[in-house]
Design a protein around this ligand. Structure first.
Ligand code: FES
Length: 157
């Protein structure tokens, strides 16, 4: 579903998800996972509805969405680059890889989402990153540039 607000399906779908988890204790995370699986992100309207249903404030629900990096308040971009920022990778050049990724993430309307992660279990091959779910080792700023340039269709970065 792409433009959920325009087809009116969003409220009934969210209501259905909330009902499905209603009998559970502490259903917020399960509801948020289902909403994100369904819509690709957690839309504001979903936050309002979930807060009302669970008798929480919108700030509380937003806080949970912001706390967990796997939840997205905005629709996900086409590609994801997760860069390891944990100690072992930082010690072998991870800071430069992260700096390159951050510089490239400033592309307006870019297709690549940059996200920090803290250990990908690939420490001996650091600096590590994950490109669309695939773990990569021995990352360099140049490799980051190549991946992002290819994803952006050769657009200069
Ligand atoms: S510290 Fe980077 S993969 Fe473990």
């Amino acid at each position: 579903m792409t433009t959920e607000e325009s087809d009116g399906a969003l409220p009934s779908t969210i209501e259905s998800i909330c009902r499905r988890h209603g009998g559970r204790e502490g259903p917020l995370l399960a509801i948020l996972h289902d909403v994100q699986d369904t819509f690709g992100h957690i839309p504001d309207e979903a936050v309002r509805h979930i807060a009302r249903t669970l008798n929480l404030t919108r700030a509380e629900v937003h806080g949970v969405v912001r706390f967990y990096t796997d939840f997205h308040a905005e629709p996900a971009r086409a590609h994801q680059l997760k860069v390891c920022r944990a100690e072992a990778c930082q010690a072998v050049g991870g800071r430069a890889v992260w700096a390159a990724a951050q510089a490239l993430s400033a592309v307006p309307d870019g297709r690549v989402e940059i996200e920090p992660v803290y250990c990908l279990g690939n420490c001996p091959c650091g600096p590590s990153a994950q490109w669309n779910g695939r773990t990569l080792g021995r990352m360099t700023p140049e490799r980051v540039h190549e991946l992002v340039a290819a994803a952006e269709g050769g657009r200069p970065s």
